[in-house]
Design a protein around this ligand. Structure first.
Ligand SMILES: NC(=O)c1ccc[n+]([C@@H]2O[C@H](COP(=O)([O-])OP(=O)(O)OC[C@H]3O[C@@H](n4cnc5c(N)ncnc54)[C@H](OP(=O)(O)O)[C@@H]3O)[C@@H](O)[C@H]2O)c1
Length: 353
């Protein structure tokens, strides 16, 4: 059975709690309050999945008036944080230019909203030529040349022992995580200034904490934290807010997929085990669900506060405090224990003698 629900069927605002109309015609008839329970029942396979397929069409009546919407650009919108933030923004009266190199998932997401609410855009932020072309497109399309939000989020991991890293790895990671965002800000600044808009960055705990094999990724994030800090200062006269979200663990697919390089000095059993444990760090630490994280960061954007750093995601605030106040020798001892590095370190010490 295939059901295509539109605004005529029910009234879907920012959460299912606001649904007003009966749902699951012919299958279940329910009041809006019960929607959540039905959703859970489906999730728990109480209703076998072959009996339903739901496409939620967001209401056109209240939310499709494009001229009333604020305008956002989100990078890294094809999955994970950027995808969910794009959806959340669209539900909160934003028109979203959702950018990534692969746009299939964004095109599907856009179908859930009225036409023109989410605009999938192919954009590789590591290529300045593409950013300039994107700017030209916005220049033609933005009413009054005004952009309300630039959500700098695209990112790539780079988990590799610090001395095993290759030129190509460093370059790729910095191109996306640092240069790409800097170029986006520089190119789109005039639109943001026109709107007295907001610039956000998806920073990371990795830019503050020393996670093993995270030197390059951590360096990119530390760099973007500092860029955000100075940008916050320099945008003040224009009334443009800059928010850096120091992000802890969030349940996405960002974990490193590449194995330990063949030439690595850690290429022995204990070393490989330590490396693999580190790659699974996020999964093992009960990361914050990405939907919840997206709601929080959109809440930060919608609020009128102008903080530099906000702390979102698993352990973001706690670990920042730990790194601020504890002596470094104690932190390193803790990290060695947490990631069970001692077995690998023992082998390395023995090899030296
Ligand atoms: N998840 C976490 O625990 C966590 C923690 C701290 C910080 N962060 C940061 O959060 C941001 C989002 O990560 P995520 O967890 O959502 O990871 P993700 O699911 O892997 O998403 C990364 C996004 O970045 C895009 N991207 C990668 N390279 C790009 C490029 N050259 N140009 C344009 N887009 C590119 C990807 O899209 P395409 O491949 O389609 O281009 C994808 O949409 C990243 O900056 C990451 O460093 C995440």
């Amino acid at each position: 059975m295939y059901q295509h629900y539109t605004s005529d069927d029910f009234y879907y605002m920012s959460s299912l709690r606001f649904a007003r109309m009966p749902f699951f015609k012919g299958l279940v008839s329910c009041s809006s309050k019960k929607l959540k329970h039905i959703k859970n029942a489906i999730r728990s396979r109480f209703i076998p999945s072959q009996y339903y397929s739901i496409r939620i069409k967001y209401p056109t009546s209240k939310m499709s008036n494009l001229s009333n919407r604020k305008i956002a650009v989100v990078t890294g919108a094809s999955q994970g944080i950027g995808y969910h933030v794009s959806r959340e923004l669209a539900q909160h009266n934003y028109k979203v230019y959702a950018c990534a190199r692969h746009t299939e998932a964004i095109e599907k997401l856009a179908e859930n909203f009225a036409e023109g609410v989410i605009i999938p855009c192919h954009l590789d932020i590591s290529k300045v030529v593409e950013i300039k072309k994107f700017k030209e497109k916005l220049g033609l399309e933005l009413p009054g040349q005004r952009l309300d939000l630039l959500f700098n989020n695209a990112g790539q991991s780079c988990t590799v022992p610090a001395i095993d890293v290759t030129d190509a790895m460093v370059e790729q990671c910095f191109q996306v995580n640092v240069f790409g965002h800097i170029n986006m800000c520089a190119q789109l600044a005039e639109f943001l200034i026109n709107a007295k808009g907001t610039i956000t960055f998806t920073g990371s705990l990795a830019g503050i904490a020393a996670f093993p094999f995270g030197s390059i990724y951590g360096a990119t994030k530390a760099a973007i934290h500092q860029y955000a800090r100075v940008l916050h200062l320099e945008m003040r006269p224009f009334g443009v807010r800059v928010i850096n979200t120091i992000t802890g663990g969030v349940a996405t697919d960002i974990a490193e997929k590449r194995p330990l390089p063949d030439h690595s000095y850690l290429n022995f059993k204990e070393g490989i085990e330590a490396f693999d444990r580190r790659r699974e760090m996020a999964k093992r630490n009960h990361p914050t669900p990405v939907e919840e994280y997206a709601k929080q960061v959109v809440g930060d954007i919608l609020s009128s506060r102008d903080p530099l750093d906000v702390y979102r995601g698993k352990l973001a605030r706690l670990l920042t405090l730990v790194y601020t106040f504890l002596p470094y020798w104690l932190i390193e001892w803790g990290v060695e224990k947490k990631f069970r590095l001692h077995a690998a370190y023992k082998v390395l010490r023995e090899k030296q003698h």
